[in-house]
Design a protein around this ligand. Structure first.
Ligand SMILES: [Ca+2]
Ligand SMILES: [Ca+2]
Length: 435
């Protein structure tokens, strides 16, 4: 499906000295005026080469799954980001005994506080990872350390997204190559696993009893199947068929069986591919359009609009650098930038440092086309500062906090992203202490 780019492009061109003014900023990104421009939320630390799925814990922290396909010397891990923007590694995901690795993608908390993790495996390209994908249930002690790990399902070819509803985990599997549709096209599926299941042996055929529904991807140019999924408040399930850019709506009978399953939203002008998706409190669905470096918004009536898009880039200025998943968090739409796949049909041309999270303001109507109004600009979340050309920590502290001597407080708060206080980068988003 894609050619992996395994080498990390190292080196950041925009480093600036603490006491030496920054180099001139790059020209502003050129995008059509009707689209919003995403901004940089965070440059990720060097132990994350590929960010992907996200969820939110009970304390309001963002939980980020890092499969690290971009540098497979790195373990797959789970990171935690506080609402004030401090990132730390929570844990390395327990590895598959057969392949020796774990590659976490979708993540979601169960009702008992355990974390369900989709361990994809397939995208490593390693022979020992073939059909080694798993669904893990990881439980924790009171300190947040791993207390136990259960393999809910094993043997999966290419599991991807997960959502939990009631006593079941719903999991998309993006390809099932043993299944031969008469059309010759790719078949994928959504599975439904009981949360208390153990060691379900998935066969990647139609014989699996836990398959809820299967789908065929019609687009011959992009044979990649189910990916993002989300439930609405009424309990209806929406699943994205990646290659077709189509979102199907599944409704259920009282006994849990499927009442209807139809394509609900599809508009190739505004949504080419469906990677991760999320839903806001008003029922709007936001979709990462992976191939097009874009985010689409689908209103509850099924109308799709593209609300933001970026050209090919490193992501250093907060561009959508191959968005993998959006999430509503901290009054914004936060986006993980997968930034790895570079085959034909994708805007992204290179897996390139830095690895980033971008953000967009929420609750803005998608601007209508053919207007000349400026892009929507809203303030960054409270307590952050975006580094500008010429900045150093001293002058940021002097201007924002009233004293240059307070530069060390900013450094302390941002050690996860600022390795050396003499080196900050234009476009970097820093957390600021209280004035
Ligand atoms: Ca990048
Ligand atoms: Ca890139």
């Amino acid at each position: 499906m894609f050619k992996k780019t395994l080498s990390l492009a190292l080196g950041l061109a925009l480093s600036v000295g603490m006491l030496i003014p920054a180099m001139a900023a790059e020209p502003d990104t050129v995008v059509p005026q009707e689209l919003q421009i995403s901004k940089l939320y965070m440059v990720l630390p060097d132990w994350i080469s590929t960010p992907d799925g996200m969820t939110i814990d009970k304390a309001g922290n963002l939980i980020l799954a890092c499969p690290n396909f971009g540098d497979q010397t790195q373990p797959g891990c789970i990171a935690r980001i506080t609402p004030s923007g401090k990132i730390s590694k929570w844990f390395d995901v327990p590895v598959n005994a057969n392949s020796g690795v774990a590659r976490p993608m979708g993540v979601e908390f169960g009702p008992d506080g355990s974390l369900f993790i989709v361990d994809n495996q397939g995208w490593t390209g390693n022979p020992e990872s073939v059909n080694q994908g798993r669904i893990l249930k990881v439980s924790f002690d009171a300190s947040g350390n791993i207390a136990s790990t259960t393999e809910v399902a094993v043997g999966m070819e290419h599991p991807n997204g997960i959502k939990i509803k009631g006593s079941y985990a719903y999991v998309t599997q993006s390809s099932m190559t043993p299944v031969k549709d008469p059309s010759g096209k790719l078949v994928s599926a959504v599975y439904r696993f009981p949360l208390d299941a153990k060691n379900i042996q998935v066969t990647n055929t139609l014989e699996d009893l836990n398959i809820l529904a299967t789908f065929v991807t019609q687009n011959p140019a992009c044979q990649y199947g189910l990916d993002g999924l989300v439930f609405d408040k009424a309990g209806n399930l929406y699943v994205g068929n990646f290659g077709d850019g189509a979102i199907s709506k599944i409704t259920f009978n009282a006994d849990g069986s499927i009442a209807s399953n139809k394509i609900w939203a599809q508009d190739s002008d505004n949504l080419a591919t469906t990677d991760g998706m999320c839903i806001d409190s008003a029922g709007n669905i936001f979709v990462a359009d992976f191939n097009r470096n874009a985010i689409a918004k689908v209103t509850p009536d099924g109308k799709i609009s593209r609300i933001a898009q970026s050209p090919d880039s490193t992501g250093a200025k907060g561009e959508l650098d191959q968005p993998g998943e959006p999430i509503v968090w901290n009054n914004m739409l936060l986006v993980s930038c997968f930034d790895m796949v570079t085959d034909d049909g994708k805007i992204n041309s290179a897996h390139d440092a830095p690895q980033t999270l971008a953000w967009l303001p929420l609750n803005t109507e998608a601007p209508s086309k053919n207007t000349n109004t400026d892009p929507v600009v809203t303030p960054a979340p409270a307590g952050t500062y975006t580094v500008k050309s010429g900045d150093c920590l001293w002058n940021i502290a002097a201007r924002e906090l009233g004293s240059g001597k307070r530069w060390s407080e900013i450094y302390e708060l941002n050690k996860a992203v600022v390795k050396n206080p003499n080196r900050i980068y234009t476009g970097q988003v820093l957390t600021l202490p209280v004035k």
